[in-house]
Design a protein around this ligand. Structure first.
Ligand SMILES: NC(=O)C1=CN([C@@H]2O[C@H](COP(=O)(O)OP(=O)(O)OC[C@H]3O[C@@H](n4cnc5c(N)ncnc54)[C@H](OP(=O)(O)O)[C@@H]3O)[C@@H](O)[C@H]2O)C=CC1
Ligand SMILES: CC(=O)N[C@@H](CCC(=O)OP(=O)(O)O)C(=O)O
Length: 345
């Protein structure tokens, strides 16, 4: 029975629209309020050709409009920097919040400033925010009021990395090289020259150097979850595909033949992590539409290993993990409303 009314702020963006799709099919959550920014005042159906029926007929409120009293949970799918004020107001109004932006992912103002080159309006909430990498945060999620949903690149990197760092098999004396690729939806739905069809099509481009903001997030949570001082050399690329993310981690260390067993022990029973047999590597088509992270491992030698990790940036990288976290915040089975299988065979 649907009994938990939710609001989505940023409903006209890619992750907001994905939340609508997931929540419409969710057995307990119900869309009760949609917020937007430049499109506020329009009907959802005018801005989102993919929705129909009751959702299409809902009017988009302003992102800073007063939330309906009955709303219990708010998803903020707003640009980083713009989300913090809405998160603060929602908490003040007594709602639980899952924030998809980067605004509450860091533990200190200093790291936030370094990564985002801005002051934060509500650093007093940093301590309370739970970094929602679900598989490693379940204990805290059950009682959380504010969940900072992880970034898409950090999700794809931290999931394979954390158990290996905890096991102490990775050499962290020099930077870990991470090469990542993202579909264009990772950059959001607003119009930008770089994202025009002719700029993206038939092309692959590296960006974000010398240091992408997600490098801070990866390092902070490698330390946070595994207690390991880790440095990353992270290079993201944008590809001419709609959705999907693939991260290749170049690692060295010891006892490489044990690494798959370490991951198996950590994730063997996880509904949303699929470990591929040694030597088999994942593809973005294999996870598109699912909330899974697929991980493949290839041993180059006794000491050198390549790990490839794939997620759907809009699902395990954003809206899917947000629902997984919200399920736990409301005492529900964490798989409710989420697909384990991909769209393609
Ligand atoms: N796309 C992805 O793969 C991922 C995204 N994220 C994060 O999730 C958040 C949303 O991303 P995404 O859906 O891609 O973004 P989009 O650009 O697709 O959508 C942004 C949404 O926020 C609204 N908005 C834009 N500017 C403002 C503002 N100044 N104040 C309030 N609202 C505003 C827009 O409303 P309107 O259309 O009415 O202007 C729209 O609904 C971002 O923080 C992003 O970094 C996290 C992981 C992955
Ligand atoms: C392809 C592309 O441009 N991707 C975005 C990251 C995706 C994103 O939304 O960032 P958060 O996970 O921090 O919210 C970027 O590199 O800025």
């Amino acid at each position: 029975m649907k009994n938990i009314p939710v609001a989505i702020l940023g409903a006209t963006g890619y992750t907001g629209a994905e939340l609508i799709r997931l929540i419409e099919a969710h057995p307990h959550f119900e869309v009760a309020h949609l917020g937007a920014h430049s499109q506020a005042g329009k009907l959802a159906g005018e801005v989102l050709p993919g929705v129909s029926g009751r959702i299409a007929a809902m009017t988009l409120a302003a992102a800073d409009a007063t939330l309906p009293l009955n709303v219990e949970l708010v998803f903020t799918a707003l640009p980083h920097g713009a989300a913090a004020g809405s998160v603060f107001s929602a908490l003040e109004a007594g709602k639980k919040v899952v924030d998809l932006s980067a605004d509450f992912r860091h533990k200190t103002h200093a790291v936030y400033r370094a990564a985002y080159q801005a002051d934060h309006p509500h650093p007093e909430l940093f301590d309370e925010a739970v970094y929602g990498l679900t598989e490693h945060a379940r204990d805290q999620l059950a009682s959380a009021r504010l969940v900072a949903n992880p970034g898409c690149y950090p999700t794809s990197v931290l999931l394979p990395l954390i158990p290996l760092l905890k096991a102490g098999v990775i050499d962290t004396s020099s930077s870990i090289i991470i090469d990542s690729k993202s579909g264009a939806s990772g950059a959001g739905r607003s119009a930008k020259t770089d994202l025009l069809y002719c700029e993206l099509n038939e092309s692959v481009k590296a960006y974000g150097l010398p240091r992408h903001r997600h490098a801070w997030e990866m390092e902070e949570w490698a330390l946070g979850f595994a207690g390991s001082e880790t440095k990353v050399r992270f290079v993201p690329h944008i590809l001419p595909m709609n959705r999907g993310m693939l991260s290749t981690l170049h690692l060295s260390g010891n006892s490489s033949e044990s690494w798959l067993d370490i991951l198996q022990q950590a994730y063997g029973d996880e509904p949303f992590i699929k470990l591929l047999p040694q030597g088999t590597l994942p593809s973005t088509a294999g996870i598109s539409g699912s909330n899974r992270c697929d991980i493949g491992i290839s041993l180059l030698s006794e000491t050198e290993v390549v790990i490839v990790s794939c997620i759907d940036n809009l699902l395990k990288g954003a809206a899917g993990q947000a629902i997984q976290n919200a399920n736990l915040m409301f005492g529900l089975d964490e798989t409710e409303g989420l697909a384990t299988h991909a769209l393609w065979p």
